[in-house]
Design a binder for this molecule. Structure first.
Ligand SMILES: *Cc1c(COP(=O)(O)O)cnc(C)c1O
Length: 383
């Protein structure tokens, strides 16, 4: 079977291999069969290996849904009654976490920092000191809206110093940038199958501390479908998801895991780094400026600032590239117009070189001057 290969430079879902796509085509099976439950057991164990989690201490719990379901589940399930959550927020995904807290009516502090800087750790500590009722600290590892990497080890150490658990949205780093859950002071991390694992959409998972999940048994149950303890308990008792799992996505994920371990953690990260360096080079050659200082980037998302050229038209450039098999993506910053190029999928350097040929053509077709121009104010006042 010939499947057209598209290069997705959006922040997930990402380009998959044909073997992962084809792994979904299997004989129909009722997921309540023992055969299916035993497959999920292996999958859950493999997920722990990705973040070097000790199976005696950590477990993984699967959910049907996109990555946001994990943030929802962690926040609504892991906060004891009468306690507060602290969101260390410097971007769109931590803002989403704060919104989830608000929707559940949780007591929380939304501690905001500029989107182009790492959070001020002294300010985080001050808040923890002043609010001894904070029981959960949450942040985002790679703020996918900008590509900024947050210092999770340091934030986690502070959370633990003040007796809080630490939940981290690692959706856009897990299975790409190496993570050691314990060394990073993380109690709960999360991702979905269509990002770093380069499988399909529909399966999300949380990897976390078993003792903390056990403790949450008696916390308020704020959701019927999205409760971590209930899902965990069901897995422990039956090996199955409480409700119907995304069957075909699970087959694809198992294949993606095979390919992940065959490539290897270090090799895979080296490939993503190669891809990102090719993206930086390509942008630089065309004169594009990036929003986030290079040393603060997670190495998986580049946010390029729109040039000050009346001929620049993101939609037109996007459509030109899209028609030729390359998908680029708008930014997620309210104050500066940006677009993003991401290094997530089953792609390599050559794909980026091929992309920049097409991208340059698109700029030419639109009549955008190369190298692209900026007004001084755009660059200086970019945030
Ligand atoms: C992709 C992503 C999510 C999940 O987004 P969905 O639209 O629900 O798939 C959550 N957090 C981060 C950091 C992400 O990059």
């Amino acid at each position: 079977m010939q499947i057209k290969r598209n290069i997705l430079l959006n922040p997930g879902p990402s380009t998959t291999t044909d073997s992962v796509k084809l792994a979904q085509i299997v004989p129909d099976i009722c997921p309540r069969e023992k055969e299916f439950a035993s497959m999920m057991k292996g999958l859950r164990a493999d997920l722990l290996k990705i973040v070097h989690a000790d199976p005696a201490k950590y477990t993984s719990v699967l959910f049907c849904g996109s990555g946001t379901v994990n943030i929802d589940v962690c926040l609504n399930s892991l906060l004891p009654a009468g306690k507060k959550a602290l969101i260390v927020n410097n971007g769109a995904y931590s803002t989403r976490a704060a919104e989830i807290c608000a929707y559940y009516g949780l007591d929380f502090i939304d501690l905001k920092f500029p989107v182009d800087e790492q959070p001020d750790l002294a300010a985080v500590e001050e808040v923890l000191q002043a609010n001894p009722d904070i029981a959960l600290v949450h942040t985002t590892h790679n703020e996918t809206g900008t590509g900024l990497l947050n210092p999770i080890r340091e934030i986690g150490a502070l959370a633990h110093k003040y007796g809080a658990i630490f939940t981290v949205d690692t959706t856009s780093t897990l299975a790409m940038r190496p993570i050691d859950i314990e060394r990073e002071n993380v109690d709960f991390c999360m991702a979905s199958a269509q990002k770093g694992l380069t499988a399909m959409t529909g399966l999300s998972f949380i990897i976390g501390n078993k003792a903390e999940i056990e403790k949450s048994k008696n916390y308020p149950k704020r959701s019927y479908y999205c409760n971590l303890y209930l899902q965990y308990e069901y897995f422990e008792k039956t090996g199955e998801m409480h409700f119907t799992p995304p069957v075909q996505t699970i087959y694809a994920t198992m294949q993606a895991l095979k390919e992940y371990f065959a490539e290897g953690e270090e090799e895979k990260w080296a490939r993503h780094t190669r891809v990102m360096e090719a993206i930086h080079r390509g942008l630089e050659e065309l004169g594009f400026c990036e929003l986030i200082r290079r040393e603060l980037q997670a190495g998986l998302v580049a946010s390029a600032i729109y040039p000050d050229d009346p001929k620049w038209d993101f939609e037109k450039v996007h459509d030109y590239c899209y028609e030729r098999g390359f998908t680029i993506y708008p930014g997620k910053v309210s104050t500066t117009n940006t677009f993003r190029l991401c290094a997530l999928g089953a792609i390599d350097e050559e794909d980026i070189q091929a992309f920049f040929k097409v991208f340059r053509e698109a700029l030419n077709v639109c009549g955008v001057q190369i190298p692209v121009r900026y007004n001084q104010e755009t660059i200086r006042g970019s945030i």
